[in-house]
Design a binder for this molecule. Structure first.
Ligand code: NDP
Length: 303
């Protein structure tokens, strides 16, 4: 009789703690050499969820020794005011990462704001320079959630080469960069979305399913191939049995006996996102140092 693969819970909290410990060590080394990484977090308005996210990011930065600079603008701040603030942060040599908390108030053009951030300080990886670089397989700042998912997948699967990954969802912040990172890791990638036909049959072919939809328990056990590895990015608040709780896009309880590994919600992808924001701040600093070095190095060939 074939052995049933043992079910593994992918513990995002524990992995994020390891990532943050590495960041802390790296930051301590930089500080010994007189350099402290700095992260600016910009919040426009008073959206309750955004305030919580910003507070958590600032807190986590402090824990790993990254200097954080919280910049708040009122809800009625103009586009010009926000662009001026970003320009100041771009010029500030003590700021290595800039994050503008999204969503922005409706009167502000989000795309223009993201494009105003120096691509080497764009720790969210949303600037076209970084989006394009990721698509071309260059070493750039990549979005935090998909980067965190890749770490979880590498830990859970080991070698990713040749595996068939199905990404459910095609947003700019999760689905598309996730697909690009999987492709870079030599997976065969299928991206499905709300207009895809026969979603279940496509998911059932997958060795890896990454769900980033925002629909509670959309993906049922019989959508999954036995032994598949499942990364559930979805965070959905539902009312159940008279209480409010968070669930993912995958029916976790039903999927658990069928899969070889799965992330829980909460405690799976969520903690990785913030850990990778800290990691990206270090990467940004490194990229800025490399760029400064290149500027200082005289061109020796006839150019
Ligand atoms: P978006 O709403 O931007 O994108 C959702 C995607 O799902 C779209 O591409 C949409 O397709 C697709 N979709 C919607 N309904 C279906 C369906 N029935 N079948 C197949 N595809 C469908 O969401 P995000 O990508 O921003 O976020 C997705 C989820 O991940 C949310 O729950 C969000 O809260 C969570 N999230 C979690 C993070 C974390 O740190 N853990 C970070 C970021 C997001 P179409 O393009 O055709 O409309």
């Amino acid at each position: 009789m074939n052995a049933i693969p043992s079910v593994k819970l992918i513990d995002g909290k524990a992995t994020a703690a390891r990532v943050l410990a590495d960041v802390r060590t790296h930051v301590a080394r930089l500080r010994e050499s007189g350099l402290q990484p700095g992260l600016a977090v910009v919040l426009v308005g008073t959206d309750a969820a955004s305030q919580v996210y910003v507070r958590n990011k600032v807190l986590r930065a402090g824990e790993v020794g990254i200097r954080s600079l919280e910049q708040r603008l009122p809800s009625d701040a103009s586009q010009a005011q926000l662009l001026e603030l970003i320009e100041q942060l771009n010029r500030d040599p003590d700021v290595h990462g800039i994050l503008v908390q999204l969503p922005l108030p409706a009167h502000i053009d989000e795309h223009q704001v993201v494009q105003a951030i120096d691509p080497l300080k764009d720790v969210d990886g949303f600037h076209s320079h970084n989006v394009g670089g990721l698509a071309q397989g260059r070493s750039v700042l990549t979005p935090c959630t998909p980067s965190g998912c890749m770490r979880l997948l590498r830990d859970a699967c080991g070698e990713l080469r040749g595996k068939h990954a199905v990404v459910v969802g095609r947003s700019n912040i999760v689905g598309k960069p996730m697909a690009a990172l999987l492709l870079q890791a030599d997976c065969t990638v299928t991206v499905v979305h709300s207009r895809s036909r026969d979603l279940q049959a496509l998911c059932r072919q997958a060795d890896i399913v990454v769900a980033a939809v925002g629909k509670p328990r959309l993906i049922d056990a019989d959508w999954l191939k036995p032994g598949a590895v499942v990364i559930d990015v979805g965070i959905n608040r539902i009312e159940e049995d008279g209480r409010s709780r968070l669930v993912g896009d995958v029916d976790f309880a039903a999927a658990l006996p069928r899969v070889s590994a799965i992330t829980p919600v909460p405690g799976g992808v969520g903690p990785m996102t913030i850990a990778y924001l800290m990691k990206n701040t270090l990467l940004a600093l490194d990229l800025q140092r490399q760029a400064a070095q290149q500027e200082r190095t005289p061109c020796l060939s006839p150019c």
